[in-house]
Design a protein around this ligand. Structure first.
Ligand SMILES: [Zn+2]
Length: 269
């Protein structure tokens, strides 16, 4: 963190090349979906990763999303959302478990940096959730501080049991939603930002093999990505352009991802 203490952020957030400028929560979510679409389809742009941008953002940061993700080595936020330096404020713990330091980091980003979106990012086959389930089934808690991770997942295991959900990825979805709820319950600061409309909180599940994300929770209810402001990934045809691109029936990449994967069918473990 380069901001002095917990003072105010740079008041001119859109001044640097590559910055997206101030975004509404829905616009921020659309940017994440657009970047994930580029990553999934093998057309990443790797924005804001050059030396010029590195120098430009050295004096301040204006990330448009906070990612509270699992520490899994295959879940690197800047890669799967195709973003660069200064774009994402990332906090990672095994099983995206949330304690005071995590909440403090989120509150810093939301209230000091003005970040409009918080994403809880889990994934299929999560080892932390599997470890918690194994500990619960055997009655043998893990040694050392790993127990704190397992204990933090236990409420999600209970909720899954109440709902009759047994497959690991169904439990992961419940744990993601539970994490969203816990963050808002334990952070009145974050909850107030959401109530004021300055921020939204979304839970996403990432597929390790396919690379796509699926929304499993959103606060406020019904929160969805705005139409992506970024240009299309595919170059426009050189001749006979479409008369009105805005009227094209093709949904934006983010919307397509959301709609295509919306039914949360329990997947095989
Ligand atoms: Zn994990």
């Amino acid at each position: 963190m380069t901001e002095a203490g917990l003072g105010r952020a740079d008041p001119s957030p859109a001044a640097r090349p590559g910055d997206l400028g101030p975004l509404a929560p829905g616009q921020a979510l659309a940017e994440l979906h657009a970047g994930n679409h580029r990553f999934v389809t093998g057309m990443p742009r790797h924005p804001n990763q050059d030396a010029g941008h590195r120098a430009a953002v050295a004096d301040g940061q204006h990330p448009f999303a906070v990612i509270v993700g699992c520490s899994d080595s295959r879940l690197a936020a800047e890669i799967i959302f195709d973003r660069g330096l200064g774009d994402l404020f990332v906090v990672r713990t095994a099983g995206h478990t949330v304690g005071p330091e995590v909440l403090g980091s989120v509150e810093y980003a939301v209230t000091v940096l003005g970040t409009p979106l918080v994403v809880v990012l889990g994934h299929d086959s999560c080892g932390a959730v599997q470890a918690a389930r194994a500990a619960a089934s055997t009655g043998t808690p893990p040694v050392g501080h790993l127990r704190a991770v397992v204990d933090a997942v236990v409420p999600s295991l209970r909720r899954a049991a109440e709902r009759g959900v047994e497959d690991i990825n169904g439990i992961v979805d419940i744990h993601i939603a539970q994490t969203v709820e816990a963050m808002l319950a334990e952070s009145p600061v974050l909850a107030a930002e959401v109530t004021a409309g300055r921020c939204a909180v979304v839970g996403m599940s990432y597929r390790l093999s396919a690379g796509g994300v699926r929304t499993v929770a959103a606060v406020p209810a019904g929160f969805a990505p705005a139409v992506p402001p970024a240009p299309a990934v595919t170059p426009a045809p050189a001749v006979t352009p479409a008369p009105a691109a805005q009227d094209a029936p093709t949904p934006p990449p983010g919307a397509a991802l959301l709609q295509g994967a919306a039914p949360a069918a329990p997947a095989a473990a």
